[in-house]
Ligand binder design. Sequence first.
Ligand code: ADP
Ligand code: ZN
Length: 662
Amino acid sequence: MRGTGGISEMPEVTESEALSTLHRVFGYEAFRGEQDAVIEHVVAGGDAVVLMPTGGGKSLCYQIPALVRPGTGVVVSPLIALMQDQVDALRALGVRAGFMNSTQDFDERRVVEAEFLAGELDLLYLAPERLRLDSTLDLLSRGKIAVFAIDEAHCVSQWGHDFRPDYLALSLLGDRWPDVPRIALTATATHATHREITQRLNMPTARHFVASFDRPNIQYRIVPKADPKKQLLGFLREEHAGDAGIVYCLSRKSVDTTAEFLSRNGIEAVPYHAGLDSGTRAAHQSRFLREDGLVVVATIAFGMGIDKPDVRFVAHLDLPKSVEGYYQETGRAGRDGLPSTAWMAYGLNDVIQQRKMIQSGEGDEAFRRRAASHLDAMLALCETAQCRRGQLLAYFGQDPDPVGCGNCDTCLAPPETWDGTVAAQKVLSTVVRLHRERGQKFGAVQIVDILMGRRTAKVIQFDHDQLSVFGIGEELGEGEWRGVVRQLLAQGLLAVEGEYGTLVLTEASGTVLRREREVPLRKEPKKAVTSRSASGSGSGSGRGERKGKAAVVELPEALVPAFEALRAWRAEQAREQGVPAYVIFHDATLREIVTAWPASVRELGGVGGVGEKKLATYGEGVLGALASLGGAEAAPAVTDGDSGGADDWPEMDEEPEPEDWA
Ligand code: ADP
Ligand code: ZN
């Protein structure tokens, strides 16, 4: 039973200050996972290094100590563009929060400084480059600090792609404020990063809290890439109509064309990449946070620290470079714990392109080797016939469930494998013949055309119909042959070379040609898995019939109009106040409200996510909105001929987005 202000039925004598703060301010029933232990440790003055997946609930781990301990909690975060929203969200909860960064003018900053010195701030957000200034350190030493929180702590890691040199200076906090506890938090899970954080932030005595990295509400799916934009459109219409989500592409150009394609087909989408001016980027990010159901198509420049809880899907149209990157990006879906999808289209050209990029990219041999091993792990995930989640968790050193997760494509529709030894030999022989008999090297398209006995212009031009291997592969279709080549590349039984991505043998190829080993291959799935295939994992009510809107999937049909009405009410509040909708209430809270159907403000106070301040601000509004009903949508038809052909992918002249974000 929650004690909301004066309305608790029983005096809770033993409730800790941390727990009562959770109830009163945040309106949540109980701590999740390790939150309790972390908070207790930090409130008592201990240092902590916290590894928790995105959506795991890291914020409360420092926000509650900041509220419970005397003084201000100082939060170091690289995400300047999000500070205003973070502060708005806290203020909506009645928390006295402020920030200092380069977006403020002198007067605004002076106000925050004065509030801090007067002890009127519970939380103060700072960018690392500001914290290291003497003037800032000076200011901080004139006030009282409850705790230092170092968010996105993996930015201190020089090997990670989020490295921020200013983070290195944070090691001085411990010397300068030995009595103030420090808590470093990240969602990056590998042991190497973990060690680096501890060393570089100089936190040798910190206690380490490592949460499970599983995100059970995210459904992982990887589909064979054929016509990626259309596949994406189908996926969105079928399963995520009206939902907010992120689509990742490798190049700026494909970001632009994909956003345009979705918009043309009735799905509101905006582009985001480092080639856009900062005003446009900020506007698009702000719309994503504020509006319901907007899709952002982006390069990896977008997403870190986006704490929008109701991102219902993350789609990849190109292969990410590493499993870490993939997990970070997909982790942005479903922070609120509701069903969400991580969907990726993956094909032969992804493998060729990434292998080529590693070979022709800058960096020394060690760098290339590291990049290649990252890619190998990513390819293994794509090609596995086992549970995807199991493979992901194993990658992060966690024991997977031996029977599978039941919520990934391979668990929902286990792929068949077949003996591809002969097919592999045919591919490899063709590569060998071209090289031995003609001194030539060709890419995958030509190899497949030769195998299938196609007299294309290029086949005739090079007399390839005269080769003894011409037409020896008529038993398989084009898609299947591309699948064979792709899997050989992924398994290292074939390699790509040079600017044109020509195919060449590897040392391991010989073992296949000499029949010293078998080559089991994964069959390309016939039937696509959809989120509805997973109906066993949810409450099941009405899951099969309804289209789209994962957030309402598990609501009884009768409650959907009320949920929609509350969302509309919330959107209006958000617009009026100029804050993101989730600052008012999360989807999860709206769902709980319609399920509980509170008859009074008092009953509403018992719903998760409704704390004291929000009850006072919105209580009447919610009850009023419950009375009205609305909401329906219709999907327009595909209007576009922009099919792009099979496996469309960035042109040769396109530069993939550099790994910095602006
Ligand atoms: P992270 O920073 O680890 O990605 P957040 O701190 O943003 O995660 O929390 C993720 C979501 O879970 C937020 O919507 C937050 O309000 C919610 N949440 C966190 N802790 C709890 C809890 N104890 N009970 C209910 N919801 C929680
Ligand atoms: Zn699984």
